[in-house]
Design a protein around this ligand. Structure first.
Ligand code: ADP
Ligand code: MG
Length: 678
């Protein structure tokens, strides 16, 4: 355990009340907080070679003053300090403004360190910083965010505390790991982080802190996983593999290799004595639904009820239609918030009496009163659209059901293993045979005439078109107005030629269903929609996706939208319309034109948005790191993950005293964040 946590900053010798207040304002309460109040960056004053620097470079030089300094006054209380120094035999004129306080303190013969902008022609530096010493070993300076507290005072308190509490500093990391990776000790961490002498020390601080943070993060995941594994035993599911094979043979298509592999992994989980907790990630259109169907089928053969929850009604209805047709011999029901009370009551009764085999629905599935007779499998489609608690609620609907999560937000598998460490992860990377790559173009809105012709052309071939209108600053009302105006425009343009439909979140469920139904039946040819169309909708005759004001969407979302087309062997297109302002937006959108690989796009998106936004910090359970970053420090993360796995699996964490400090830390974290499953 870390003793520094137990000591309040009030115990620093001679600390003033005022200083305690300052520190508390920065949320520094204990010595631990103080020592870990790390700089957010370092200013680099590494001394420049005067012979190789150029005009306008910001440089630091050390030199000797060779002329008596002169103060000139101008304007109202403004002053200019001028003197010459010699650096490496070169005479440089130094100008500094408003340094009255140096009057009488600087004179010929002194050594000074100057930082400022260099002018080669004039051999001059306009000093932004001027120090009266050589400061040989003060070349990197920590920069903190300290609110009203001044840095010298902060460093002073730190220095005192380091001296006073040095003996309490210990390492939670065991010596074996410190030695293995040649990490610096915590004592050095604090000294080097706050009082660095050179860049190498800072590098060492970062290596140590990043590794330690990521190791703790991974240890916690494996620790929880182990705990859950032990407690979550279930009845094995028994079914005849021949039945499954026949079912697969009767599908209208052949499964891809990836689909087969993932199915095998799932079937293996169902048969095992441990509850399944598996994430299947695969790009839009990679065919996750049929995998879910096979799982539901096996679960049913074993004598259990199953359910699948989707984030939108449209998607739930689509699944309902699909499963009802596929499982015509079973009793499949749909439960959403628009199910009538009478039907709902009937469904709840039948569910309890085991008269329903498969229940499809939305959030309604986790509402009160939904209880099963013998629930064996829960599936959550587009799982990233649900919060942790919603996913948990569904799992708690009785018994010890196996859980399968489907996600079309692919993330690199290794990263998934680290982030969703408590789940097993399967990936479907292969697309079904015959799929053509969706051709994607980025255009400006002034090319609208050509866009209209392009839409006309697709529709004239009997194919269908989506036009998605942008999100406007989260205001649903404006989103709607926007969608309506686009709809009116195209309706007028294609009057008497094609049917234009409108889909948005404000329509009643009946209306939505009617529109989607008409689109599916090719009665609507051009569908203008807000992003309600985003998730999972499947109309394979649609070949053109137009996205207006594309810059307003995230890459992952654009990729999802694009996945609505390219669902048949027809050539499909995606047109991104954007009057982007800057290079950054343009580069971001251009990624879409260059690749169709969701994993690659996810990686780019991750880089641009950072992991917090990407995963949505609420649902991901990602901790806030001081220095580590799971994207940029992925290499360290991998090492930490492998170490954590071994430490937990070999039980070292529980039995080896070397690891007790770490174990204590992790257990406390889990209790504080209330993460223990019971
Ligand atoms: P997603 O992974 O995005 O949920 P779906 O499960 O909706 O994708 O599948 C997209 C389409 O591909 C569906 O029409 C489905 O019937 C079809 N499909 C799935 N697997 C195959 C396959 N192996 N061969 C051909 N078509 C397939
Ligand atoms: Mg899907």
């Amino acid at each position: 355990m870390n003793k520094l946590i137990e000591v309040k900053v009030n115990e620093i010798k001679g600390i003033s009340k005022k200083m305690i207040e300052h520190l508390n304002e920065l949320e520094i309460f204990t010595i631990y907080d103080l020592f870990y109040y790390l700089p957010y960056r370092y200013e680099n004053y590494e001394v420049a070679n005067i012979h190789t620097v150029n005009t306008d470079d910001k440089i630091t030089v050390i030199g000797q003053v060779v002329t008596e300094p002169v103060f000139n006054y101008f304007g109202a209380r403004k002053s200019r300090l001028i003197f010459n120094i010699v650096v490496d035999d070169v005479i440089i004129k130094i100008t500094a403004f408003n340094r009255d306080f140096l009057r009488g303190k600087i004179s010929k013969g002194n050594h000074v360190t100057i930082t400022g902008k260099f002018d080669k022609n004039k051999a001059q530096i306009v000093a932004s910083e001027l120090r009266l010493s050589k400061l040989e070993n003060d070349r990197v300076e920590p920069v903190y965010s300290l609110k009203s507290l001044k840095k010298p005072f902060f460093l002073n308190v730190l220095k005192k505390a380091l001296a006073q509490f040095e003996s309490l500093i210990n390492d939670e990391l065991p010596l074996s790991l410190i030695n293995k990776y040649r990490l610096i000790s915590n004592k050095d961490v604090f000294t080097f982080a706050h009082f660095p002498v050179n860049n190498e020390q800072i590098r060492q601080v970062m290596r140590r802190i990043k590794y330690e943070e990521l190791l703790k993060f991974q240890l916690k995941i494996y620790y929880l996983k182990e705990k859950e594994h032990k407690t979550n035993l279930k009845e094995l599911k028994v079914f005849n593999p021949t039945d499954i094979n026949n079912f697969i043979k009767n599908l209208p298509f052949e499964l891809t290799g990836d689909q087969i592999n993932v199915c095998n992994e799932i079937l293996h989980d169902l048969k095992s004595e441990f509850q399944m907790n598996r994430l299947v990630q695969g790009d839009v259109g990679s065919g996750k639904t049929v995998v879910a169907a096979i799982a539901l089928y096996a679960n049913n053969l074993a004598g259990y009820q199953g359910c699948i929850m989707a984030p939108t009604e449209i998607l739930a209805e689509q699944h309902y239609d699909y499963f009802r047709n596929l499982f015509s011999h079973l009793s499949v029901r749909l439960l959403t918030s628009s199910t009538s009370t009478k039907n709902r009551n009937l469904i709840l009764t039948e569910l309890n009496e085991n008269k329903i085999d498969i229940l499809v629905g939305t959030h309604a599935l986790i509402s009160e009163g939904v209880t099963y007779h013998k629930l064996g499998l829960i599936i959550i489609d587009e799982q990233h659209r649900f919060g942790v608690n919603q996913r948990k609620s569904l799992r708690e609907k009785g018994g010890t059901p196996d859980a399968l999560f489907l996600s079309a937000t692919p993330i690199p598998r290794t990263l998934a293993l680290s982030v969703f460490g408590d789940m097993d992860v399967s990936s479907i990377k292969q697309m079904p045979k015959g799929r053509k790559v969706v051709k994607t173009y980025l255009i400006k809105s002034k090319l609208e005439d050509r866009l209209v012709k392009f839409i006309d052309q697709a529709a004239s071939l009997g194919q269908q078109v989506y036009i998605v209108t942008p999100l406007i600053d989260e205001s649903e009302k404006m989103d709607l107005e926007n969608a309506i105006s686009v709809y009116e425009k195209y309706k007028t343009l294609f009057m008497g030629k094609y049917n234009v439909g409108l889909l948005h979140g404000k329509l009643s469920n009946d209306e939505k269903e009617k529109v989607m139904h008409e689109f599916k039946n090719n009665q609507i040819h051009v569908l203008v929609s807000t992003t309600v169309v985003e998730v999972g909708v499947n109309v394979s005759n649609a070949t053109l996706m137009v996205i207006i004001d594309a810059e307003r969407f995230g890459l992952a979302q654009l990729h999802q939208l694009r996945g609505r087309v390219g669902r048949s062997d027809l050539q499909s297109y995606c047109i991104l319309v954007s009057d982007f302002q800057n290079d950054k937006t343009q580069n971001r959108l251009e990624i879409m034109t260059k690749t169709n690989d969701g994993f690659e796009i996810a990686e780019e998106d991750l880089k641009i948005r950072g992991p917090g936004d990407f995963f949505g910090s609420r649902q991901s359970g990602l901790p806030k790191f001081k220095m580590a970053d799971i994207v940029n420090d992925f290499k360290i993360l991998e090492v930490a993950r492998d170490d954590a796995k071994v430490i937990v699996e070999t039980k070292e964490l529980m039995i080896n005293p070397e690891y007790f400090a770490l174990r204590y830390y992790i257990e406390r974290q889990i209790i504080e964040n209330n993460e223990l499953f019971d």
